[in-house]
Write a protein that binds this ligand. Structure first.
Ligand code: SF4
Length: 119
């Protein structure tokens, strides 16, 4: 069994290759095209958020994933932040629970749509 190093989430993982040179089903790897789609999706998202900010949208809407993961829980700005979920205009932004595979599919789909490509 061969080993090699790959990067994901800024960490190094030791991956195992099958005898035929392919990856095991539990290997955390993606195709080059998927990685490019992720980069493009993130660049589009950064641009979108930047454009919203420069056009005056400064709403505070921290994410809340099923009441289990809330952005404010470990936020270093919690003590000075004005967000108060008991106020009528302060609402958490719900976040969908997606598998890695489904999230990647949605990103690829969105990038294709932004490029004007059809499925
Ligand atoms: S505490 Fe304030 S700055 Fe921090 S995540 Fe929550 S809303 Fe955002």
């Amino acid at each position: 069994m061969k080993h090699y190093l790959s990067t994901a989430n800024h960490m190094l993982y030791l991956q195992h290759l099958k005898k035929d040179g392919g990856f095991h089903s539990n290997s955390k790897v993606i195709e080059k095209e998927q990685l490019q789609a992720m980069h493009e999706f993130l660049n589009d998202k950064i641009t979108e958020i930047g454009n919203e900010m420069t056009s005056g949208k400064t709403a505070i809407d921290p994410y809340n994933k099923n009441q289990e993961q809330i952005a404010c829980t470990y936020c270093p700005f919690n003590s000075v932040c004005q967000f108060d979920p008991t106020l009528p205009d302060n609402e958490y932004k719900p976040v969908m629970s997606l598998s890695d595979k489904d999230a990647l599919s949605l990103m690829v789909e969105r990038v294709k749509k932004n490029r004007g490509e059809t499925n």
